[in-house]
Design a protein around this ligand. Sequence first.
Ligand code: SF4
Length: 470
Amino acid sequence: MSNGSQILVFKDMGLVSQVFDEASLGSLHGHIAVGHARYSTTGSSVWENAQPTFRATVHGSLALGHNGNLVNTAELAAMVAELPGEEHISRSGRTAATNDTDLVTALLAGHPDLSIEETAKVVLPEVKGAFSLVFMDEHTLYAARDPQGIRPLVLGRLERGWVVASETAALDICGASFIREVEPGELIAIDENGMRSSRFAEAKPKGCVFEYVYLARPDTSIAGRNVHLSRVEMGRRLAKEAPVEADLVIATPESGTPAAIGYAEASGIPYGSGLVKNAYVGRTFIQPSQTIRQLGIRLKLNPLREVIAGKRLVVVDDSIVRGNTQRALVKMLREAGAAEVHIRISSPPVKWPCFFGIDFATRAELIANGMTIEEIGRTLGADSLSYISIDGMIEATKQPKDRLCRACFDGEYPMELPDPALLGKLLLEAEIKGGQQQPAVRGKPTSGSDLDGVQSLLGGAGAADALRRP
Ligand code: SF4
């Protein structure tokens, strides 16, 4: 938060509601602010990696928040190491933080001869991967989006101000009207003179299709398409592609609900509530540690025996990543008296890791790897299992296929990836432990479906490994 003469950063570990209360919010005064809730991808979950990241510059200060994940972290670390001055360097040879975002902040703050805005135009073309950024100095709010526009970023207007947010739903909540998306490759600056736009790279749109499937809030619109309606349409298409005789359609709450509504509508099978979700437990696969994830599954859902006993059920969910949730769910439903359990998934099998901000972890953990759909269904204990087709999912988003990233489903990555050895989540921690800097080499590029390099990174035992996990 800036009051025009200085920036105050307030950040901590935990949920927003645990970190902020009336008193802490009341202590923040000013007219420019950035905020961030981190979901750890590159860099572990520690305070130093919480955002906004912060740097002093010769012009003042800089605070930055980042949605997404970068793929050339090692290269950026080498660029930071070459910056003049000591303020970018810590005992370990670099800054205390070990995330990709902190490197971008260091680079943006590291050119004393240029303004922040001029520096951004030099630095951002060097940053590869997914980045929707908001950053600020004492006087100006900036926003920038990677050339592929992988993660969403939108611009809104208040009566006396501007808002930039990841999702349109955030604009609704603070009473701002939607103006437009920040375009892929665009840099926006907002200060007392208003808003100005410039371009640091040519737009090559490849929005994340998984935002429509699961990630984004249902009340958000991306590229003009409402997310809830996309999910309902995925359910309708799934019913046509994978029909089954059954008595009741239920959802895995709540992310499977819109698709279940669509499935019921198109199939003519009644829709009902068969599971109650514990509202206090977070989204399961998104929690970084396996231990917590396991607790999450047990705590998350409770079956409504009176509704499901004796029924042939269609259970609709948005995706299967590791399969742990669905396996526990099928068991629970059978114990509660379900006569049959047919699982229908409103996205195709997740077979490839995401390097752009979704912690699917490694290929070894993806259940769809190395097993047929029938085999997966058997391991889940289901009477049948079907997924929507890639084309069915894409058509439901109403976006042209070539403007979407769908790499986790088909392995076609939207950009060249560096050498697999330079892509790990804990890349910077590993370097610090090893006491050495990674070289600035980018390694053999990996693109399109040429994934040999990626496979060596992800190696492991494929789905068999996922099954061994508790
Ligand atoms: S790999 Fe999948 S989750 Fe990651 S950006 Fe692409 S579509 Fe989205």
